[in-house]
Design a protein around this ligand. Structure first.
Ligand code: SF4
Ligand code: SF4
Length: 316
């Protein structure tokens, strides 16, 4: 059963698959509590809710025995160049990655159910997830042997790097479990040193200082103290990932048709971004993850940056 699931995951198009035993994440729960108490989650108050579910998949979906974790590489072949507002790579695809991965997980689930019967899933509950449920996805990926959590708090997967989406499928059957792999950050601190806002401390990320939070999640304008440090980023930030030596070694352009990029991200010049109309935004980013941030937020970020746009490479 374990081999079948892993094989099917790869056939479905995922780049890696690992499996962990479903159990309470006690250490992570304690860590998360202190992180929340320190206010590092900024205004993401939803993280305070469903705490027990978030740290225990058996509470989230009763009868869960196994956590199947899949990765999808999203490293893009093309790059934005020149003096333009930067869009983080995760959002370059025409189709929102949530849509892509949900559909792939549904295919994987169908194959598993067809082979082993429908009692392998708890269909009374949502049991497949991508970035949208109370689950500590990166931690599960680590427990499933798919990588380690770098000091930039992202998963680093051998031969893939950190540019990968994580999907999860909860199953009711016991399977053979993978062993976590060792942390290979060693004494490196490149991500911490490169972060323009000092959002990283080697163990956790302060979302209040993180450009990704400020340019996407923050419903208010980017905080005054962060604005001069945006380093060209207007939607997400890849700086800590760009400098990671493991990404330099392992990140290879994905070949996923479903993640084909929006061409304008590479062809638009600064003036195109600054004069982007709502109509054009709605057309070119119709199905993209960029739409989640919204036109107003993106435009506000672009205009905020306008006086001091500079090349990301200058910073690095
Ligand atoms: S995403 Fe950007 S701002 Fe956030 S921790 Fe990484 S480098 Fe710092
Ligand atoms: S830059 Fe260095 S410290 Fe940061 S995640 Fe990569 S290897 Fe780890």
């Amino acid at each position: 059963m374990t081999n079948f699931i892993k094989q099917k995951a790869l056939e479905t198009g995922f780049d890696a698959c690992g499996i962990a035993k479903a159990e309470a994440l006690e250490d992570d729960a304690a860590f998360m509590k202190s992180w929340l108490e320190a206010g590092m989650h900024a205004d993401m108050h939803y993280l305070e809710r469903n705490f027990e579910k978030r740290t225990n998949p058996v509470v989230l979906v009763p009868e869960t025995k196994s956590v199947v974790v899949v990765l999808l590489n999203y490293y893009t072949e093309k790059e934005q160049t020149g003096d333009v507002p930067r869009i983080a790579r995760y959002a370059h695809s025409k189709i929102d990655y949530h849509t892509v991965i949900k559909s792939m997980l549904a295919k994987l689930e169908s194959a598993i159910v067809e082979k082993f019967g429908s009692d392998i899933i708890n269909s009374s509950f949502q049991h497949s997830f991508v970035d949208s449920a109370p689950l500590l996805e990166r931690r599960w990926a680590q427990r499933a042997g798919l990588g380690w959590m770098g000091k930039h708090t992202q998963l680093i997967a051998p031969n893939i790097g950190s540019y990968c989406f994580i999907g999860i499928l909860l199953l009711n059957k016991e399977l053979e479990y993978d062993n976590p792999i060792p942390d290979r950050c060693g004494t490196c601190t490149r991500c911490i040193d490169a972060c323009p806002t000092n959002a990283l401390n080697g163990r956790s990320l302060d979302a209040r200082k993180c450009i990704s939070y400020q340019t996407i999640e923050n419903k208010n304008p980017v905080a005054d103290e962060i604005t001069p440090k945006l380093s060209g980023c207007v939607l997400g930030c890849d700086i800590c990932a760009e400098v990671c030596p493991w990404n330099k070694k392992w990140a290879k352009p994905h070949q996923h048709e479903q993640l084909k990029p929006v061409n304008e991200i590479y062809s638009y010049q600064k003036a195109d971004w600054q004069t982007l109309s709502k109509e054009t935004f709605s057309t070119i980013f119709k199905n993209s993850a960029i739409k989640r941030a919204g036109y107003e937020k993106l435009k506000e970020n672009i205009l905020m940056l306008a006086p001091n746009l500079r090349q990301l490479t200058d910073k690095l």
